[in-house]
Design a protein around this ligand. Structure first.
Ligand code: GDP
Length: 316
């Protein structure tokens, strides 16, 4: 179910409840069942939806509610609050300070939109007067450096990296994995450290490190991520997640969180056929806030994510 449909289903459920002549436990249950169904179809994790339903039933206790209480309002408010609660981990992301050097490391699976999002994030801050720089520590995917270079050049952001497989002047060995040319001997940790050091010297205040993804969660990916993290000591690790990955969102986000200190989430591809539920699951799994969403392939198709307006929109 795409985000707009999810919003439509939830507001329809609320409307049906509002139309009922009398609000009793059955009407509330019907409404909650409809909302539950809509959230599950949007890939919100099963447990989150179950917890939400239990909490709302606790808040809206018909025995305690005196006659004359506006039950509709109380139920609507409870649903709003519970949805906000899923999206609000209770602590904001680490606040970067303009003028002071911060290192931000991006992690996520290959294809999630990580490299694109690095440039979007840099561009967003550049427009606000920061001095960002991009480091390509993705030596796994052939073409990653060229992509970052192309994006960075277009957005006029300094970048650092090496074409895949080039170490000094030597082309290293390569293998074919999933029909992709993958070079085996490039050293992402070294490249990351070199890039960060260079841009610190150049007084950049936002040094963004793009790391390798893999097609799926695997030990080699997490090991490399940990090494880059230990070597560059990022102030913030951002987990980038494709909003269309479905029910896998929770487990995927949790696996990343268990390997590196994820402090914020960016959900990409919220345009088109995006499902909204993944965002809710990623927050719950990482206990980190969604800070931006990607809404297209272009550099400025990028929005700050605010919980309350997002949920208000969802409820219609
Ligand atoms: P990476 O492998 O994680 O670095 O992913 P890329 O940055 O190469 O992105 C994979 C594909 O997703 C590319 O075709 C991007 O243009 C596209 N993409 C990234 N973010 C968005 C987004 O917010 N919306 C849409 N529609 N496409 C996106």
């Amino acid at each position: 179910m795409v985000l707009a449909q999810l919003g439509g289903s939830i507001s329809r459920a609320l409307q049906q409840m509002s139309n009922a002549t009398m609000i009793d436990e059955k009407v509330l249950n019907d409404c909650l069942n409809d909302i539950t169904r809509a959230l599950l179809q949007s890939d919100v994790q099963f447990k989150l939806v179950g917890d939400m339903q239990t909490n709302i039933k606790k808040i809206v206790n018909f025995d305690d509610l005196a006659a004359g209480h506006n039950k509709r309002k109380i139920i609507q408010q409870a649903i709003f609050n519970e949805l906000c609660k899923i999206l609000d981990p209770g602590k904001p992301a680490f606040t970067l300070k303009k003028g002071e050097t911060s290192v931000v490391m991006f992690v996520g699976l290959q294809g999630s939109g990580k490299t694109t999002t690095c440039t979007k994030y840099a561009h967003y801050h550049q427009k606000k007067g920061w001095k960002p720089a991009l480091v390509c520590a993705d030596t796994f995917r052939a073409g990653a450096f060229d992509q970052l270079k192309q994006n960075a050049t277009k957005a006029k952001i300094p970048f650092y990296g090496r074409p895949n497989g080039l170490r000094g002047n030597f082309i290293t060995d390569f293998v074919m994995i999933d029909q992709e040319l993958v070079y085996t001997e490039s050293d992402p940790v070294r490249i990351a450290v070199e890039g960060v050091e260079r841009f610190k010297k150049e007084n950049c205040d936002l040094i963004i490190v793009d790391t390798s993804g893999r097609h799926k969660q695997e030990a080699a990916l997490f090991e490399e991520m940990c090494q880059v993290s230990e070597a560059t000591k990022p102030d913030l690790v951002i987990f980038v997640m494709d909003s269309s990955i479905g029910q896998a969102a929770f487990d995927q986000a949790q696996a990343f969180k268990q390997s590196v200190a994820v402090g914020a989430v960016i959900v990409t591809k919220m345009d088109g056929h995006a499902k909204g539920g993944g965002a809710l699951s990623a927050v719950a799994a990482t206990k980190s806030p969604v800070i931006f969403i990607g809404t297209g392939e272009l550099t400025d198709e990028f929005e700050v994510f605010d919980v309350k307006p997002f949920v208000s929109r969802l409820l219609g």
